[in-house]
Design a protein around this ligand. Sequence first.
Ligand SMILES: O=C(O)CCC(=O)C(=O)O
Length: 250
Amino acid sequence: MTQTGFALTADELAQFHRDGYIGPFDLYEPEEMEANRRALRPRLINSTTSIYAQDSKISGSTNLASYDRHFDIDFLAEHITRPEIVDRVSSILGPDTLCWRTEFFPKYPGDEGTDWHQADNFSSVNQSKHPQIVWPEDAEFGGTVTVWTAFTEAGVENGCLQFIPGSHKTMNYDESKIMEYDAGKINQVEKGGVRRGLFAGGTSLTAARLIERAEAAFGEGSLPPDALFDGSSVRDIVTVIRRNTARADI
Ligand SMILES: O=C(O)CCC(=O)C(=O)O
C-alpha cells in the first residue's frame, strides 16, 4: 500500500500514541456529505443485499445488518479506501493494513448511546465470548484503529464521542465477560475525559483500546423533530488491524 500526502506527521503520530486519538480531519465538505448521505439512505435501509444472511442478522444485541455494508454499497467501499483514511491509518499501523469491519448506524433523538468501553479482541461484541481477532502471542497489544466519520454534525446533543486520553495503554475492561443490558444503568457513570464533536464530513481516529463512549442523543435542537431518519446521524466505524490471525464469528 503506497503512502501519500495524508500520512500523520511525526508530531501527530506522537500525539496519537500519547492520547489514543487524533483528529478531527475533514473528509468531505458538509454539502457533499449531505448529498452522499441522502443517496446512501435508501441503500442502507435495504438490508437484503447485506452480506450477512437474513437469519443471522440479529446476534445478541448486535444488528449485523449494519455491518460491513461496504461490500454491497459502492459509496461506502470508496469511503473506506479514501487516501485521507488509508494513509493516516497506515502511518499508525504500517503498510500491511486491513479493513476488518465497518459499521454504519443512525442516531435518533432519544437513542441511549454507547456506554464506556475498550476493545482489543472484540469478544464481547456479539455475546459469543469468542475473540473476533486473535493477536500474535508476541504482540505487545492489540492494534485496531477506529475511524469514526460524522455523516451529519455530531455534537454533545447527538452522541458525539467522549474519550479518556491515554487510557488505551492499559486494558481495564474484561472482554471475556458477557455484557448484560440494563436500561437503568447505561451511560450513568461520569468519567470525565474529552468530547470530540465533528462537523458533517469530519472524521477522527481512535485506538480501539481507548476508553470511550457516546452519550445519549437527546438534541431536538440539532435534530429535526419531524423527520426521524432525516434528522439522524449516519456514521461509520472502520476498524483496521495490522495482523489478523483471526477468527470471526460474525
Ligand atoms: O458512536 C457510538 O455510538 C460508539 C462508537 C464507539 O464507541 C466505537 O467505535 O468504539
